[in-house]
Design a protein around this ligand. Sequence first.
Ligand code: CA
Length: 220
Amino acid sequence: MRILLVEDDPMIGEAVLTALKDAAYAVDWVKDGAAADTVLDQGEHQAVLLDLGLPKRDGLEVLRRLRRAGNAIAVIVITARDGVDDRIKGLDVGADDYLVKPFDINELLARLRAVARRQGGQAGAILTNGVVSLDPATHEASHGETVVVLSAREFALLHALLLNPGRILSRTQLEERIYGWNEEVESNAVAFLIHGVRKKLGAEVIKNVRGAGWMVERPQ
Ligand code: CA
């Protein structure tokens, strides 16, 4: 899952960036509202962590513009504005969730998991298509009797597929969800990760659609 962090405070930005990377998210960081607009128009991200007090354009304006354009990307507002009115306004403009600074990074991660679940149309904490299951909190995956802990990248790959069961994701689409802007991606990186997941869980968990990409089955 690829996340856009919009935050102008360098200390908070660094802390969140590090925590997200440690949790196996691909994350890109911009520091003002105008840059956020530009990047969000490219549609590479699946969630946004959005500060409200930003240079160039206020976070609420960024959010309002997104929703007016019909963009349904998940948005978690992170801000020091803790007045009830500000929170209500943020949610009314179209935020999916709200965190007041200072916040616990583990709470942020839990909220992100919840947002990802809702986006994937799944209600439970464990993502599953009935064949393979994945726990986003622990990176534990299971298939039949086999239970393994996936590496960070393997987790990001299977997470992307399980959020879109029945949908073929191309190599480029998978790369976009697994790697951020400043990460080098080897041309065979995705194939290598697919191989790793299949080796741990069984070849049948991920289907290859020749020339198109990979998918996990839709739940029966
Ligand atoms: Ca700020």
